[in-house]
Design a protein around this ligand. Structure first.
Ligand code: FAD
Length: 452
């Protein structure tokens, strides 16, 4: 009898793999070990739960454990943590409550995800200081907001989660300050888009402090909640900034410890190295999602893009491969989109000139402002598009878009990147037009015309 397909991690990568493997080969035993109690949850929806747009944390669950077990016949075990992998014996050691046991595997998938980086700030353990990585934390933040009614909040880190949380907390009438140690927010989105978002954040009342390094958090003894945060201490500044609630959102690091201890190769980004089928340096072990690398479609180099579609797609492909239909996990263009109050910002490909040069390109770029509809049709707003291409080959390298409406046009550029289109080929795409939706030259085509 074939040993089971064992999966570590019951979220996007793990459960996509489990579902696909079971669908394609119902006779194969599939076991998922998940150390927490939530499975198949949409972490991406958590800021909107805190905001109040989503009523219930359970609404973020795509597939309940019961559906997985009863309808999909997946042997899903929550509260089970895999603590080691023995490649010679093809077993994993699993810890549950106070006992451990071994489980053999035929193929193994590491879908262990990533965790929030927690810098050693003074006072990081005070009540009211949170990271936002899992569903329990989302519940705790929401409860804290409800029970303590904070007046001020500090967000450490101006990445996309920090900005989504600024919107969520402002919705509760909380005065939000974002601290970012670099000269701008939203690093991967490029300078032009970041500046537009920053102006908008300030218009919305967010106190944005760039080039400001947080050192720690002071606290006060409260009757109900013990030693609770009350302010943020800033490097070189005598005056702490009041904060009744703190969200630390300074990035994530891939959970690679199991892989590392098992002697699997890590790639240049520090995530688990994989081939085009998601296989690690051991043929019977795969890795997918936030713990693994994927190939960047522009540079052809390994990249670490901890985003949901990358995880879902790689998991699904690995499920198919394990079920006997070898399937490539697909590359990543690093395509991402974020809502910042009334603005949307989106990005794809390589925007950073330095990174483009390191990959052997000679980047040139253009930034244009274009309306989203013809001048005579009501409701037009301006989009700002930055398009980057290689000077000599004309190959499109990346783009970012910011505006009130229509930023999902980034998908056109992402498609161009996957197809290695040149600026002229992008310009010649036959895109849809009617006045309620777009000008006759879609803004992406206009950007390509200007750059070409
Ligand atoms: P995870 O979701 O991290 O799941 C890994 C699972 O493995 C966890 O449940 C963990 O408990 C379990 N696990 C780890 N180690 C073990 C072990 N040893 N034994 C057993 N179980 C283990 N992406 C987007 O594309 N768009 C967005 O808008 C977006 N918004 C986000 C907002 C927030 C607040 C957060 C936190 C993330 C967001 N993401 C977004 C990222 C997206 O959620 C992740 O890319 C995705 O969840 C990755 O899935 P994964 O399965 O690789 O890892």
């Amino acid at each position: 009898m074939t040993a089971p397909f064992v999966i570590i991690g019951g979220d996007a990568a793990g459960m996509s793999a489990a579902s696909k493997a079971k669908r394609d080969d119902p006779s194969r035993d599939v076991i998922v070990f998940e150390k927490g109690s939530w499975v198949s949850y949409a972490a991406c929806g958590m800021p909107y739960y805190v905001k109040g747009t989503v009523d219930d944390l359970d609404d973020l669950v795509a597939m309940t454990p019961e559906t997985a077990r009863e309808e999909r016949d997946i042997d899903l075990r929550t509260g089970h943590e895999v603590v080691s992998v023995d490649r010679d014996k093809q077993t994993v050691t699993v810890s549950r409550d106070d006992e451990t046991f071994e489980q053999t595997y035929g193929e193994l998938l590491l879908g262990t995800g990533a965790r929030a980086i927690v810098p050693p700030f003074d006072g990081i353990d005070r009540e009211g200081v949170f990271t936002l990585r899992d569903m329990d934390e989302a519940g705790e933040i929401s409860d804290f907001v409800e029970t303590t009614a904070p007046e001020t909040a500090a967000i450490v880190g101006g990445g996309y989660i920090g900005i989504e949380m600024a919107e969520a907390l402002t919705e509760h009438g909380i005065d939000v300050t974002i601290f970012e140690m670099l000269p701008r927010t939203l690093q991967p989105f490029g300078a032009e888009t970041a500046r537009t978002v920053e102006d908008h954040l300030r218009e919305q009342g967010v106190d944005l402090r760039l080039e400001t390094t947080v050192e720690g958090f002071t606290g006060v003894e409260t009757v109900d909640a013990g030693d609770t945060v009350d302010a943020v201490e800033i490097e070189g500044d005598d005056e702490p900034v009041p904060a009744d609630l703190v969200i630390v959102g300074v990035g994530v690091t891939p959970n690679v410890e199991l892989a590392e201890h098992a002697g699997l190769e890590l790639g240049p980004t520090g995530a688990i190295a994989t081939d085009e089928f998601g296989r690690t340096s051991d043929d019977s072990i795969y890795a997918a999602g936030d713990c693994a690398e994927a190939t960047n479609v522009v540079t052809g180099e390994p990249d670490h893009v901890p985003l949901a579609l990358t995880a879902n797609r790689a998991g699904r492909a690995i499920g198919a491969t394990v079920a006997g239909k070898p399937t490539r996990t697909g590359g990543t263009a690093g395509t991402a989109i974020v809502k910042a109050f009334d603005l949307g910002a989106a990005r794809t490909g390589i925007l950073d000139p330095e990174r483009a040069r390191e990959a052997g390109f000679d980047p040139e770029s253009v930034t244009i402002e274009v309306p989203t509809r013809p001048h005579y049709y009501p409701g037009a707003t301006d989009l700002s598009i930055t398009l980057v291409a290689d000077r000599e080959s004309e190959r499109v390298l990346g783009a970012s878009i910011v505006g009130r409406d229509g930023v999902k046009r980034i998908d056109t550029v992402a498609t161009a990147l996957h197809a290695s289109l040149t600026v002229t080929e992008l310009q010649n795409l036959d895109l849809a037009y009617a006045p309620p939706f777009s000008p006759v030259w879609d803004p992406v085509l206009t950007a390509a015309k200007v750059l070409g």
